[in-house]
Ligand binder design. Structure first.
Ligand code: APR
Ligand code: PHB
Length: 392
């Protein structure tokens, strides 16, 4: 098999890249290890920056997003039992965010690719990469028990944190930056209306909580928990009780409903640099992980492939590798700013075991400053809606 760009992984990064290349007439093949159903059922976050929404619309895959996405112009930070609104759009010249599940984005992108008849292979697991320092690298893969090799000009490693693309690189080729947080998140999906039409981020003595949603009838709710928490210890009643306690005296109280999904997510900050290794370009979770507190994961993946597509298209239209050579530096500038914002939100909103009374007061004073100062609110707002894209 031969193509111009071999894409490993049909998550948001791989699928968006394929669409961007299709539109410019660059040939590509997407190899995905799991089934279509698995990719379309995997629950993840669901907040889209303005820039990600614009990109999906630009690619004509924004119709359902426009119909079903919930546009938000503000959010609330709640501490010491009081909610403080951050007017995102007022502070950012009208920008907003959209609540639309990552699962839905993936469904829309897969449907559009299948409708285009272009090549996407499910249950086609990439096994190894070869010839990354040659003009004809290859991806050996197994599809329905049969092994084959996809030869290409370039490989896009969009196979997530646990994929083979980054893992196949030698340790000396990579500088790893990481931080693991001493807590995780219990996340539930429930058939209950949201407690508020905007998100509520809660800093509480008992730990962090986040009240978000998927629709006017489906809530997505998160609770800070121990890093090695066993979800079996959290029957639904205990989860609702804890959400009620951390939200505190709020009107209305949190509506309850059937819990349709629950799991524990670890919290990690991770960056692997550089993001390019010869003919291999890492994008999305394959290169970086952010704690979900700032909802930057999906948006960073979209920003990476936006840069990668422009660089690949420039290579095929101008036969110039100039932009490809700048890919890693340009992406890492945005990655580190998103890492900083996600770490900051996580540090400001979670309880750290053993934090001293002084540290606790510092946290509350920072929340008090941020929510009481136009400059403080603007800092949060401009990062939250998405910083301007770096130019190539
Ligand atoms: N061969 C083929 N596909 C693979 C392989 C492999 N060896 N290993 C992993 N994959 C696939 C996975 O099954 C998954 O569908 O690569 C895809 C990677 O997708 P994501 O993990 O969603 O990563 P990415 O596209 O970078 O999206 C990042 O996902 O995890 C969230 O918070 C994160 O929102 C962010 C987004
Ligand atoms: C979500 O809706 O899943 C979500 C929203 C905002 C976050 C994290 C998750 O910061």
């Amino acid at each position: 098999m031969r193509t111009q760009v071999g894409i490993v992984g049909a998550g948001p990064a791989g699928l968006l890249l394929a669409h961007l290349l299709d539109r410019a007439g660059v040939d590509c093949v997407v190899l995905e290890a799991r089934s279509r159903a698995y990719c379309e059922e995997r629950q993840r976050a669901g907040l889209l920056e303005q820039g990600t929404v614009d990109l999906l619309n630009e690619l004509n895959v924004g119709d359902r997003l426009a119909r079903e996405g919930l546009v938000h112009h503000g959010l609330a930070l709640r501490f010491e039992g009081v909610s403080h609104r951050i007017p995102l759009s007022d502070l950012t010249g009208g920008k907003s965010v959209v609540i639309y599940g990552q699962t839905e984005v993936v469904k829309d992108l897969i449907a559009a690719r299948l409708a285009s008849g272009r090549d996407i292979r499910f249950e086609a697991e990439a096994l190894a990469l070869e010839g990354l320092d040659t003009a004809a690298p290859g991806i050996s893969f197994r599809e329905h028990g049969r092994e084959d090799t996809l030869t290409c000009d370039f490989i896009a490693g969009c196979d997530g944190f646990h994929g083979i693309c980054r893992a196949g690189l030698s340790q000396s080729a990579l500088t790893i930056y990481e931080r693991d947080y001493p807590f995780g998140w219990i996340g539930i999906l429930s058939d209950s209306p949201p407690v508020s039409h905007e998100l509520i981020y809660v800093n509480h003595d008992r730990g962090f909580a986040l009240f978000t949603m998927r629709s006017p009838h489906v809530s997505r709710l998160y609770l800070q928990c121990d890093v090695d928490e066993d979800i079996a210890n959290w029957p639904d009643a205990r989860i609702w009780e804890e959400l009620r306690r951390r939200l505190g005296d709020h009107d209305p109280p949190v509506p309850q409903g059937a819990v349709t999904q629950k799991n524990v997510t670890p919290m990690r900050s991770f960056v692997a640099a550089p993001m390019r290794h010869g003919a291999l370009f890492l994008a999305g979770d394959a290169a970086h992980i952010v704690p979900p507190t700032g909802a930057k994961g999906l948006n960073l993946a979209a920003a990476d492939v936006r840069v990668l597509a422009r660089a690949l298209i420039a290579f095929y239209t101008e036969r110039s590798p100039r932009l490809l050579d700048r890919y890693s530096d340009v992406c890492l500038k945005r990655v580190w700013k998103a890492q900083r914002f996600s770490w900051w939100m996580t540090s400001m909103l979670h309880r750290f075991h053993g934090d001293t009374p002084f540290e606790r007061r510092m946290q509350l004073a920072e929340l008090d400053y941020i929510t009481g100062s136009p400059a403080g609110m603007t800092t949060l707002a401009e990062n939250y809606v998405g910083l301007p894209f770096e130019d190539l």
